[in-house]
Design a protein around this ligand. Structure first.
Ligand code: GN1
Ligand code: MG
Length: 398
């Protein structure tokens, strides 16, 4: 049905600055590429052993700037250097504080009850002055994290075995923090995954923006309009106590799970910036919306986007093999809604950002966020059309 290539010019009334979320501003300044010399100097702040050989752009993050640092040290050959986007994460020191509490908790748990397979937790690397971050002359916030040795991640699901491993990884992540009280961690990103707030932001933005109408834009406008009541489902369940506040990862998409290159087993969950109080359902939804979309979230072929229920079964099987013990009856009841909601929510976030002039997610071209929104909405449609099957998978797995 939607066949247009996204290459027509946009007409916006101006960049939308300020929102009910209160954290969204033009971030171009913040994502300027750094000169290589400069990057080496920054990496050296975190280099306690060896010499920096190279610093290269790494991964496909939409918010922070990430680099892989190569050292000539035999002990630790790589580490990950990141510039935190402080327009999004307004208090980056809270991220570091949370990471330390989280890491310490998991380290103790694993020491007390070792697992019978490899599991790694990324370590915060300190500067020469024993600080967990470094501010450059422009005020940018830099931090370094250990690289999980001999591991790699994937943007799309490889096969059914990987699906089980991705599920296992999220389950293990939740399991290891299920005894850490949620209030021990700070809120690093207020409003994150609160769908009604994204809806409110979207309504504010769309009221102020005159975007050129096209079949794609009309489709998105209608898509959101038809699901306004549904947007409240998880928040209502939270407010009424049907779903408890727990700790969550916040962004357990498929490429945040690291696989051992030799054993092909999941060995770590990375990207800990949004580990904070929330619902595990945000994570379950995010993991499934990214893991069960075989063409990946960056495809421009949104007609071929679909939700693969076999992969869904694999992920849930892996997840429940380690998460069963802390899940309640209500947790199962809301699983289907979580999968549908988080796909919809991400589409809504991309679409709102497109309307706002691409102020939050990094883009490669002006319609990038519209293309991403279409992918998530098509995925949502596919989830909705397979509701019975997905609910049956969840029911049979309890
Ligand atoms: C952002 O930057 P990255 O790629 O780790 C976003 C997630 C989205 C994801 C979609 C803090 O994560 O919520 O699901 O893009 N992170 C934030 O790819 O908004
Ligand atoms: Mg992330």
């Amino acid at each position: 049905m939607l066949k247009l290539k996204l290459r027509y010019p946009l007409s916006l009334s101006g960049n939308y600055v300020g929102s009910s979320i209160g954290q969204i501003m033009k971030t171009t300044e913040n994502i300027k590429t750094q000169g290589t010399d400069n990057l080496i100097t920054i990496a050296e702040q975190f280099t306690l052993q060896g010499k920096v050989i190279s610093v290269k752009a790494f991964g496909s993050g939409n918010i922070n700037d990430t680099f892989l640092v190569t050292l000539d040290s035999p002990r630790e050959q790589y580490f990950v250097l990141q510039r935190i986007n402080t327009q999004v994460f307004r208090q980056p020191q809270l991220i570091m504080q949370n990471m330390c509490i989280y890491t310490e908790h998991v380290r103790k748990r694993l020491q007390h009850t070792p697992l019978n397979r490899r599991w790694e937790v990324p370590r915060v690397l300190l500067t020469k002055d024993i600080q967990d971050h470094w501010r450059d002359a422009n005020g940018s916030f830099w931090r370094a994290i250990s690289f999980i040795q001999g591991s790699q991640s994937f943007d799309t699901m490889q096969n059914q075995e990987y699906a089980k491993e991705i599920g296992y990884a999220l389950g293990m992540f939740h399991n290891l923090i299920s005894d850490l009280p949620p209030e021990k961690l700070a809120d690093t990103l207020e409003g994150f995954h609160i769908t009604p707030r994204y809806l409110q932001y979207y309504e504010e933005v769309s009221a102020k923006t005159h975007v050129q109408k096209s079949p794609e834009v009309n489709y998105c406008l209608q898509f959101v309009s038809d699901r306004k009541i549904f947007a409240h489902i998880l928040e209502n369940a939270k407010v009424t106590g049907r779903l408890p506040l727990r700790l969550m990862h916040g962004d357990p998409k498929i490429n945040n799970v690291m696989f051992d290159t030799a054993t092909q087993q999941a060995v770590s969950v990375i990207d800990l910036d949004t580990v904070k109080p929330g619902l595990v359902h945000y994570d379950i939804g995010d993991c499934l919306r990214s893991g069960c979309n075989p063409v990946g979230e960056e495809t421009e072929q949104w007609e071929s986007v679909h939700f693969d229920t076999e992969l869904c079964q694999g992920i849930l099987q892996g997840y429940l093999s380690v998460a069963k013990e802390f899940l309640t009856e209500n947790d199962y009841i809301y699983m289907y809604d979580a999968i549908r909601l988080i796909a919809f929510e991400l589409g809504l976030r991309f679409f709102a950002d497109y309307l706002a002039g691409n102020v939050y997610f990094k883009v490669k071209y002006p319609e990038h966020n519209l293309a991403r929104a279409l992918v998530q909405f098509k995925l949502t449609e596919s989830i909705e059309s397979q509701e019975k099957t997905i609910r049956a998978i969840i029911r049979d797995m309890k």
